[in-house]
Design a binder for this molecule. Structure first.
Ligand code: GDP
Ligand code: MG
Length: 595
């Protein structure tokens, strides 16, 4: 145990975590240069393209320093805000962290929030300035930022480049010398912290853990504390480039277990593994059940694809336990599923994977958050769909989730960012200079305002010079009302939204205007109305057009005529019929496009 070092890497997206990790694996000969096909730690296509490590993994390296052999376990962490709970469990499994900061970009929001998590967990922090090879590198300035943030000495900061390999040796030495060896008692009852799991089509679910106390042996009868389920440890081992089986592993080690688990829901990140015969007294602290906070309807474009969509979602769920789905039906869109996601990026990933891996074309409705609706008797129900809201007369009040967010930007952009956040019902909590003219703004904002058109606006008003990070903070009572959209008097459930009462009239008006642009003129007038309950608050009309496309053909050329009709039919396929009105798919996302 004295020769084990468990560490993770904290970095903002694109600051070079994966590249540097590869260099460490190369230097320690964990992988040969030949094996090093791009970035080993990101093994999904999607991840590689986005440059985001979506699922965390772990890998063991052997390193000899001054004649002593050390075992270094690198626990990779997901790089995006939607997965911050998983990050927190990976951090909890480590004794040290490399803090990687891009020499050109400086400290960003994601870096700070994960750093705080590491400090809370008493991790030893090794600061690294990466990409010093870049012409645009400003290592001295970034060094100032790190010193301000950590209160460390300048000499402790390692300058590195994942590209040239500069500093890699210094990093390995620092890990051995500064990261403490894990503590823990190999003879105590077993306590192993699950920090990740993966689905393997041949072996079932494989759980990754760090042993905090005790020893696990192949064939042991073990229990997962939060689910109460018991399994036989068919295989245990450590994670090299592949799985490497062992007979036993004891306190301080990082390993995997294969025990015939079929579904990802049985393995919860943060759960404790213990022995059935000699259980530990307490589970490891910090376990939380992650709940999806963002919901959207996902509908097949072709009605007959409903069962295919279900099968695809089930497959996705095998290695993504945080994805939830329940069947629902919409008058406008037919049969589909209400899916729950950790956040917006998670939603995008699922949508993309449905298309890419399962060839499923879907319509996604406007996302909404999870609301807590209290009735007059004081009982609460969670509502994941505006159209599922009970009758207003039965509702006492509604609560919505708020995030606490951190925005790091340059002083020049404070004005527009303030305007944006306040316009999104945000509340400024703190405003702090980090160094030079970089500033951190802390806002509490309703999550429901973030899921609609926030990132893009933030990016454009700050010209890309703003990084954003958040976590769910609390639920607060809000004056929310359900806004319905009616087309020729018929309410379109897929267009209903929950909106704040104070903004509802403006919002309704803008929805009507936008829909007027998006719905093509048809052979009769179409009335678009926005309503709260039975009260109409806005109205637009699309004037009729007599659309005779064949008229242009002078009656003569019959094949040309047929082609035009075919074309028109195809166009129709991407429309949904609402009563007598044909609505194009993009109209269902109208609310995302309001200016
Ligand atoms: P991650 O998102 O933190 O894992 O970042 P990656 O390791 O995927 O790197 C992001 C981008 O920066 C990639 O295009 C890398 O090739 C590039 N990169 C990483 N490290 C360096 C470095 O030290 N110098 C330079 N010039 N580019 C780097
Ligand atoms: Mg990466």
């Amino acid at each position: 145990m004295k020769r084990i070092r468990n560490f993770c890497i904290i970095a903002h997206i694109d600051h070079g975590k994966s590249t540097l990790a590869d260099r460490l694996l190369e230097y320690t000969k964990t992988i040969s240069e030949k094996d090093l096909q791009a970035q080993v730690l990101d093994d999904m296509d999607l991840e590689r393209e986005r440059g985001i490590t979506i699922k965390s993994h772990a890998i063991q390296m052997n390193y000899n320093l001054d004649g002593e052999d050390y075992t270094l376990n690198l626990i990779d962490t997901p790089g995006h805000v939607d997965f911050s709970y998983e990050v927190s469990r990976s951090i909890a499994a480590c004794e040290g962290a490399l803090l990687i900061v891009d020499a050109a970009q400086g400290i960003q929001a994601q870096t700070i929030s994960n750093l705080y998590m590491a400090i809370e967990n008493d991790l030893e922090i090794i600061p690294v300035i990466n990409k010093v090879d870049l012409d645009s590198a400003k290592p001295d300035e970034v060094e100032d930022q790190i010193v301000d943030l950590l209160g460390c000495k300048r000499e402790e900061i390692i300058r590195a480049s994942g590209k040239t390999g500069l500093g890699v040796e210094d990093i390995l030495r620092a890990i051995v010398e500064h990261v403490p060896a894990p503590k823990g008692d190999p003879d105590a009852p077993l306590q192993a912290l699950i920090f990740d799991s993966v689905f393997n089509p041949f072996r079932g679910i494989i759980a990754y853990y760090k042993i905090v106390n005790g020893t696990i042996r192949k064939g042991d009868f073990v229990k997962f504390v939060s689910t109460g389920k018991e399994y036989n440890a068919d295989e245990i081992g450590v994670l090299k480039l592949d799985m490497s089986p062992r007979q036993e592993l004891s306190a301080g080690n990082v390993g995997y277990i294969i025990s015939g688990i079929k579904t990802s829901r049985e393995v919860r990140v943060g759960d404790t593994i213990t022995h059935v015969a000699r259980p530990c007294e307490n589970a490891i602290e910090g376990f939380e059940e992650v709940k999806p906070m963002v919901f959207a309807g996902v509908y097949p474009i072709e009605t007959e694809d409903f069962e295919n969509l279900r099968a695809s979602l089930e497959k996705l769920q095998l290695n993504d336990a945080s994805l939830t789905f329940t069947p629902e039906s919409s008058m406008a869109l037919g049969f589909g599923f209400r899916c729950g996601f950790l956040g917006l990026l998670h939603m995008e990933i699922v949508q993309e994977r449905l298309g890419r891996e399962f060839d499923m074309d879907v319509i996604t409705t406007v996302p909404n958050v999870s609301y807590r609706v209290y009735d007059k008797k004081g009982s609460m129900m969670e509502v994941h769909n505006p159209s599922g809201l009970p009758d207003p007369t039965l509702i006492d009040h509604i609560e919505e989730p708020y995030i606490r967010s951190s925005i790091i930007t340059l002083a020049d952009y404070i004005g527009p960012i303030m305007t944006l956040c306040l316009g999104k019902r945000g509340e400024l909590i703190k405003q702090e200079y980090i160094s030079g003219n970089r500033i951190e703004l802390t806002f509490d904002i309703p999550l429901g305002e973030i899921v609609i058109d926030f990132y893009d606006k933030l990016k454009s008003i700050s010209k890309g010079y703003a990084s954003f990070d958040y976590h769910i903070h609390d639920f607060r009572e809000s004056k929310l009302v359900k806004l319905d959209i009616l087309l020729n008097g018929e309410s379109v459930d897929a267009l209903s939204t929950l909106t704040h009462f104070d903004n509802s009239v403006t919002f309704g008006r803008r929805m009507c205007e936008k829909l007027k642009e998006l719905i093509p003129r048809q052979q009769f007038d179409i009335a678009i109305q926005a309503a709260i309950g039975s009260k109409i608050i806005a109205r637009e009309t699309i004037k009729a057009v007599r659309k005779d496309v064949t008229a242009k053909c002078y009656g003569g050329d019959i094949s040309r005529k047929r082609k035009l009709l075919e074309k028109q039919k195809k166009g129709k396929k991407r429309m949904k019929q609402i009563g007598s009105v044909e609505v194009p798919q993009k109209a269902f996302l109208a609310v995302l496009k309001l200016d």
